[in-house]
Ligand binder design. Structure first.
Ligand code: ADP
Ligand code: MG
Length: 702
């Protein structure tokens, strides 16, 4: 085995190790370890430091404590509640009882008298000191002598029942890794160029891996962890750098030269001035469009910052140069609304805007497809329907994707493939913290609308318990009587769509008869036919409907400036970003707007944090930061649908500085050695191909 090439060795199944049989291999497989390389990266979940171990005689009530002690006795005790009791001592005289009320069978087989264990938990007092349900690790009969006596740091590994049964509890894993590292440490191939390691004073990989498992002290452990984080971020950014290079190297983009009279007259006819931010962004976009490389740009702007207008002007540039433009939105309501706005603005210019969504009649669909294929349709607005087979464009030159976070990489690529190297503009209202946008959107150029149109008043936001519901609705009634329009939103939780829908419908009926008996009320939800939704939205926009009861179908994009009141029922069930989006449906004109969040039942800690945050700020960036912290990047952004790997070591919310450094190095390397063929980068190449190539390819389908 030791004669193998390093990479081959790391790729071998764990079963090739003498100490790992089929049973262990199966258990390891379950925790994501299938190769020897994976095993090296199966890192401890925490460490026991001898220096912070408290002697039993010094225990203090109420404190989280770690002790290391020998098993004196154990067994079941009967009582009001049966319990399993373990008695331990670290000096032969002081005793501590540990108590469990569950898992009796498992625990009774777990311990041996005289064996050393480490226990962590809170100290309580019931006639004597005790720990209830402590975490524990068995250290063996000699207490893993060496560890305990020399005061080393003891790694504690994550384990599962299956692993434990195969002899791989934390202690078993520790043994396995001790021998693995002892025998095969030299097989760990360095993944970074030596020059880089030297310049940034990083630990060499093999040393970092050894130290992560068996740290000599906490200082080295920190450096070792940092090295693993750096690797992770470096390779992620390297993948992004390659993606981006591929794009910017391609010269086959359309050159949109003209900016003609239509754009000027559109801007002149607007009832307002473009904001400075809109002007700046349009400048950036136009520069992209004029150049020979295809635009691949992200337009990021908080709710209400005026992205639609930017998209419209961008589409006009394409049209004035003789190309078609497509705008894809994530929901029918949004697509319809874009259609209404844009159609109205462009019709007088003799431009033909069409709407393509699911559920249209066959004859209408056929007519639309014919117009799109012949070039009669200048602007095509739609939902996922746009990327279906059978939709052929005459000459698609520009693709705009609204609310991009609802679409995956694949869908972006599919729409792009409907044209010949079209320019791409993706828009998002989910303000993305910088660290995250550098990864999720690392291959795009970014423009930011960092300014709201003048005269907007910050929305006043309150959250209230459901006991205040009738008072809230009195307030709404008062306002609506004075001429305001309001949304009342009910959550739609996917698992129980029917039930939720019923809740919304029932509440609507009730409201119609009670609270709002004298007002014109409308109901809109996702199960309705497109035409019906369109009719209701139009009536709301015209002011014929004063109160719109809705499920979250109105979440993104809907724009009715006269609506100034947003009530969100069961606000405790919504995510933070979603609440921010919903709230963004009001506050779109110059009048004072209100958002009232009604929370039901006992509000948990996280829900309270979300509601408090919303009350405290309307700044989308601040809200996104909190959301990211609450949910973690994977959840927050659905990184997987963007074809990005999960991060195991680095944390994008905390490791921003390291990310910047890794990004710079990765981009430099992609520049200087794009094929990774340099002798210095051979290890980098191996690692990239082994771990990142699939994901890299994914971005390039289409
Ligand atoms: P979002 O960025 O959320 O998509 P919209 O494009 O829907 O925002 O714009 C929100 C509202 O602001 C719309 O009613 C739009 O007409 C209006 N608007 C856009 N640009 C300006 C501007 N420069 N000045 C005033 N109002 C504007
Ligand atoms: Mg929008």
């Amino acid at each position: 085995m030791s004669g193998e090439q390093p990479t081959q060795f790391l790729d071998m199944a764990v079963e090739r190790l003498q100490t790992v049989g089929p049973k262990r291999a199966a258990a390891l497989q379950q925790v994501g370890v299938s190769t020897i390389g994976d095993l090296f990266y199966y890192v401890p979940r925490r460490y026991l430091d001898r220096s912070v171990v408290t002697p039993i005689k010094n225990l203090k009530l109420g404190q989280e404590t770690t002790i290391v002690a020998r098993v004196v006795n154990f067994g079941m005790k009967k009582g009001r509640r049966n319990r399993f009791v373990l008695v331990v001592s670290d000096d032969g005289a002081s005793l501590l009882s540990c108590v469990w009320f569950v898992k009796f069978n498992y625990l009774q087989k777990m311990f041996k008298i005289g064996e050393w264990i480490a226990l962590s938990g809170k100290i309580s007092y019931y006639g004597d000191y005790q720990m209830t349900h402590p975490e524990f690790d068995r250290l063996g009969e000699e207490g893993e002598g060496e560890f305990l006596n020399t005061g080393k740091i003891i790694p504690v590994y994550p384990s599962t029942e299956k692993l434990a049964k195969a002899g791989l509890d934390s202690r078993g894993v520790r043994r396995l890794l001790t021998s693995l590292i002892k025998s095969y440490k030299d097989k760990i191939e360095e993944t970074l160029p030596p020059e880089l390691i030297g310049r940034l004073s990083l630990l060499p990989l093999a040393e970092a891996i050894e130290q992560v498992h068996f740290p000599t002290d906490f200082g080295v452990l920190r450096r070792a962890t940092e090295r693993l984080k750096f690797d992770e971020l470096f390779f992620l950014e390297l993948m992004i750098a390659f993606r981006k290079r591929m794009f910017s190297d391609s010269q086959g983009g359309i050159v949109f030269k003209k900016v003609g009279v239509r754009i000027k007259s559109l801007i002149d006819d607007l009832p307002f001035e473009l904001t400075e931010a809109q002007k700046k962004v349009l400048h950036e976009i136009h520069a992209d469009m004029k150049s020979t490389r295809p635009m691949n740009r992200l337009l990021q702007g908080d709710v209400g910052s005026g992205k639609t207008l930017v998209a419209l002007i961008t589409m006009l540039i394409a049209i004035e140069n003789g190309f078609q433009a497509a705008l894809m939105a994530p929901t029918e309501i949004l697509a319809e609304q874009h259609y209404i706005t844009i159609h109205a603005l462009l019709e007088s210019m003799g431009l033909n805007t069409v709407l393509l969504v699911g559920g249209q009649s066959k004859s209408l669909r056929e007519r639309l497809l014919a117009e799109i294929a012949s070039g009669e349709a200048h602007i095509v607005i739609g939902t996922h329907a746009l990327i279906q087979e059978g939709v052929e464009f005459y000459n698609l030159g520009l693709v705009v994707i609204d609310e991009q976070h609802r679409f995956g990489v694949m869908q972006r690529a599919l729409l792009r493939s409907k044209g010949l190297n079209p320019d791409v503009l993706v828009m998002t209202a989910t303000p993305i913290p910088r660290t995250l946008s550098m990864t999720v959107y690392g291959d795009l150029d970014v423009s930011v609308l960092n300014e709201l149109p003048a005269g907007r008043k910050p929305i006043k936001t309150f959250w209230r318990p459901d006991s205040k519901r009738s008072r809230i609705y009195s307030f709404v009634r008062e306002r609506v009587a004075k001429g305001a329009q309001a949304y009342i939103v009910f959550p739609l939780v996917e698992e129980s769509e029917k039930i939720d829908l019923k809740a919304a419908t029932d509440s609507y009926e009730k409201m119609r008869k009670t609270f709002f008996a004298n007002f014109s009320l409308g109901l809109i939800h996702g199960r309705m036919k497109g035409e019906e939704k369109e009719r209701i939205m139009a009536a709301f926009k015209k002011g014929e409907i004063r109160l719109l009861v809705s499920t979250t179908v109105i979440e993104v994009g809907v724009d009715v400036p006269e609506a100034t009141i947003m009530v969100i029922e069961h606000a405790e069930r919504f995510g933070l970003t979603q609440l921010h989006q919903l709230r963004g449906r009001v506050g779109r004109g110059s009048k004072q707007s209100y958002c009232i969040l009604i929370a039901y039942g006992k509000v948990g800690k996280e829900s309270k944090m979300r509601l408090d945050t919303l009350e405290a700020t309307t700044d989308g960036f601040k809200i996104a930061e909190v959301d990211l912290q609450l949910r973690g990047p994977g959840e927050f952004f659905g990184t997987r649908q963007h074809g990005l790997p999960d991060l195991r070591f680095a944390d994008l919310t905390k490791d921003g500085k390291l990310l910047l450094q890794a990004r710079k190095e990765a981009f430099d390397l992609a520049q200087s050695d794009p094929q990774l063929l340099n002798e210095q980068t051979l290890g980098t190449r191996h690692y990239f191909i082994r771990n990142y190539r699939d994901k890299y390819d994914l971005a390039w389908v289409g």
